[in-house]
Write a protein that binds this ligand. Structure first.
Ligand SMILES: [Zn+2]
Ligand SMILES: [Zn+2]
Ligand SMILES: [Zn+2]
Length: 137
């Protein structure tokens, strides 16, 4: 697991349980956002016995702890990725569900600065882009 993730969790005085470490390791090891069901399957493949309730509870704990981030692939389908990745957005194909990571859109930094200069205390934002990927169109 990345040192920064461990440090963040320690800062919370949280116990690094076997399940928690396995979940973080799994999400960090895949290179695109992963669903809770895929986390469950991935753990089972590694013979790590963690039940569904624990997986959901740990995922929401890890999001609250800023270790993981939620990505909305479809309106009702939450996926998870490392919150320690550099800021980026996702190009999501409505047809095959493929996810491509893209850098900040042009002038995004300028826009964010402008919002902050208005005195708005901006914490975060989501901006996912939905459409049809090159191999589907
Ligand atoms: Zn596609
Ligand atoms: Zn991503
Ligand atoms: Zn952004």
């Amino acid at each position: 697991m990345q040192a920064r993730a461990i440090a963040l969790l320690r800062g919370e005085n949280a116990r690094m349980t076997h399940a928690r470490k396995a979940i973080v390791d799994l999400v960090f090891s895949v290179n695109s956002p992963i669903s809770a069901i895929s986390v469950l399957k991935g753990l089972a493949k590694k013979d790590i016995g963690v039940n569904k309730t624990t997986v959901y509870r740990e995922l929401s704990y890890l999001v609250k702890s800023n270790i993981l981030k939620e990505v909305f692939i479809k309106p009702n389908s939450i996926h998870y990725e490392s919150a320690l990745l550099p800021h980026h957005h996702h190009l999501i194909c409505n047809n095959c569900g493929s996810v491509e990571e893209v850098d900040c859109v042009i002038n995004e930094r300028k826009l964010l600065q402008k919002i902050k200069s208005k005195g708005f205390d901006l914490k975060t934002h989501k901006f996912e882009l939905y459409g049809t990927c090159a191999s589907c169109s």
